[in-house]
Design a protein around this ligand. Structure first.
Ligand code: ADP
Length: 250
């Protein structure tokens, strides 16, 4: 199994000397090609910060992040931009759609930026899967929170990224749409081998992953892997047990 992402002893500080927050404290993590990892833990534990440092959005204060064997510390910005456009899909909490483009054009732009031809059949197909087939001509201010989230997911998935980073991707979705989106994650993970790293505080969402990394107070607290014969429900219960333990120990 090839390692696609390596996080080595990273620390992340925010603020100035009089008011410093240590958001990540000596975090190390290996992500192999084809992994589907959920990062869970109490609010303020450093989940989004870790995702940002792993995904080129932010830099760690110390330590190293290597993407496909190359250290982000030494990488030229131009190279980082190329990797972002071609190989990385992002689904952010705040959607980050371009408000002057409709849903279709937001998705098509991601394909163009990745150096691919705009493929309207593929855009329509993925929109159908995510139940936004009738909403593609709408602009951000005409879409509900859930619809924006699904346009953001379609935009991330359209270019078949090597690695998908998702921060609370089901945060504003109802149960059925959450399940559809996560089924879609499983499908691209299993069929296309897309590596997925997803931050979530939702047990049900985490149970779709094959590995759950628990983060607390900026440190990795525990990791659990779904067993070969374990059902999703059994895995969800195990995730719940660790999660309850973490929260009780606060
Ligand atoms: P989580 O995603 O687990 O809720 P975060 O990564 O958002 O946690 O935050 C971890 C810690 O870092 C928190 O104490 C948070 O207040 C702090 N933090 C995150 N981003 C910033 C920032 N831009 N400026 C200052 N503090 C921040």
């Amino acid at each position: 199994m090839n390692t696609i992402l390596e996080v080595k002893n990273i620390e992340k500080y925010f603020g100035t000397s009089s008011n410093v927050v240590k958001a990540l404290d000596d975090v190390s993590l290996l992500v192999n090609e084809g992994d589907f990892i959920a990062i869970m833990g109490p609010s303020g534990g450093g989940k989004s910060t870790l995702l940002n440092c792993m995904s080129t959005i932010d830099n760690a204060s110390s330590g190293e992040v290597k993407l496909a064997g190359q250290s982000l510390v030494n990488m030229k910005q131009k190279h980082i931009d190329k990797i972002r456009k071609q190989d990385i899909g992002f689904i952010f909490q705040d959607f980050s759609l371009i408000s002057t483009l409709n849903g279709y054009d937001n998705i098509a732009l991601a394909q163009t930026l990745a150096g691919q031809q705009v493929d309207s059949a593929k855009i329509n197909e993925i929109a159908q899967v995510l139940s936004i087939g009738d909403d593609l001509l709408k602009y951000e201010d005409e879409l509900s929170g859930g619809q924006k989230q699904r346009v953001a997911a379609a935009r991330a998935l359209i270019k078949n990224p090597k690695i998908l980073f998702a921060d609370e991707p089901t945060g504003s979705l109802d149960t059925k749409t959450s399940r559809d989106l996560l089924d879609n994650f499983c499908q691209i993970n299993e069929q296309l081998g897309t590596t997925i790293v997803m931050v979530t505080h939702d047990l049900q969402s985490a149970s779709f992953a094959r590995e759950v990394v628990f983060l607390k107070d900026g440190k990795i607290y525990n990791k659990i892997i779904r067993l070969e014969h374990e059902t999703q429900e059994q895995f969800r219960m195990r995730i719940n047990d660790v999660y309850v333990l973490i929260c009780e120990e606060r």
